[in-house]
Ligand binder design. Structure first.
Ligand SMILES: [Zn+2]
Length: 317
């Protein structure tokens, strides 16, 4: 059986999905991201594990796409940097996958892969343009415009998390302050919770969400602040690229009920010439597998394109 692989490399876990050429799941594996060495060591292990996964599934790999938590030079296999993985800077992927480099079809930023997956088989099926926002520890994002991933000049397009929304000192994962991520990423939300609750602060955002749903005013206010920041960021994107669909993904997308009113208020307040009620806010359907589902979808799309002899101007890229 021929198989396509979608690999999603996260800060803590690598997720590996094998699908057949009809995009039916063959097998799924996850394992801790190898972090002790640099990318050379990590990809040696990832390659080994992927080959074993294919063997054990009775599959032959005919294509592979890799999603990384960082910046990729558009149209290449060159990773510029992965801020959350120490030492992962300026490397090409093909030489690190000597046994699989013939199968390697694409290297993509993880949020871009997630966006592609939601278009291919998720909440954004049939949508030609949308913004994808991944609410995790930080806030990642991708722009899907006119039927394809929009990468920008340097592969940095769609970084919603770093839109400035406040003059305050709230620290952002990028080293800046007052960005969307400072308030709407899990790290920022928990920092606010510690500021308000002190020693009584919840240890994770699920606990904070539970308190909010039980009517705790402080918890509600923290989620409203997160929603307001997201809403300002979304308004900025809507004003620039005029999309009407937002797909929220990542663990915090499950707290949309606690943030949506604030998001909508800010979108209404900060856009002009559009009816804010026409901006739809959807929750991604691919859940914690968004990155590897998207990578597998990119691999399948790239493979089909190559079979048809179409190069360069693709749906995926
Ligand atoms: Zn930032």
């Amino acid at each position: 059986m021929r198989a396509l692989a979608g690999i999603d490399i996260g800060g803590t876990l690598v997720k590996s999905l094998l699908v057949d050429e009809e995009f039916r799941e063959i097998s799924f594996r996850e394992f801790p991201t190898p972090r002790s060495g640099g990318p050379e060591e990590a990809f040696r292990e990832i390659e080994e594990r992927l080959i074993r996964q294919a063997d054990e599934s009775g599959a032959t790999l005919s294509g592979l796409a890799v999603a990384v938590p960082g910046i990729v030079t558009p149209g290449t296999d060159r990773v510029v940097e992965c801020p959350n993985l120490a030492g992962w800077r300026d490397f090409s992927l093909s030489p690190l996958l000597p046994r699989l480099k013939e199968a390697l079809l694409s290297v993509e930023n993880d949020a871009n892969a997630g966006a592609f997956g939601e278009h291919f088989c998720g909440a954004a099926r049939g949508k030609e343009s949308f913004v994808y926002i991944a609410l995790g520890t930080g806030v990642g994002g991708g722009l899907f415009l006119n039927g394809r991933i929009h990468r920008g000049a340097f592969g940095r397009a769609g970084e919603v998390g770093h839109i400035p929304v406040s003059d305050g000192p709230s620290p952002c994962g990028c080293g800046g302050t007052g960005h969307v991520e400072s308030f709407a990423g899990a790290r920022g939300i928990l920092r606010r919770a510690r500021e308000f609750y002190g020693e009584d602060a919840p240890g994770d955002t699920e606990e904070l969400a539970r308190r909010a749903r039980e009517g705790d005013g402080t918890a509600r206010a923290i989620f409203e602040e997160a929603g307001a920041s997201l809403g300002r960021g979304i308004a900025a994107i809507v004003n620039v690229v005029d999309v009407s669909t937002v797909v929220l993904a990542g663990g915090l997308a499950g707290a949309l009920d606690l943030m949506e009113d604030a998001i909508r208020r800010q979108v209404a307040h900060n856009t002009f010439g559009i009816d804010p009620s026409l901006v739809e806010i959807l929750v991604g359907e691919n859940g914690s597998r968004a990155g590897c589902v998207g990578a597998a979808a990119i691999a399948l799309t790239e493979l089909k394109k190559r079979k048809e002899g179409r190069y360069g101007d693709t749906d995926a890229s």
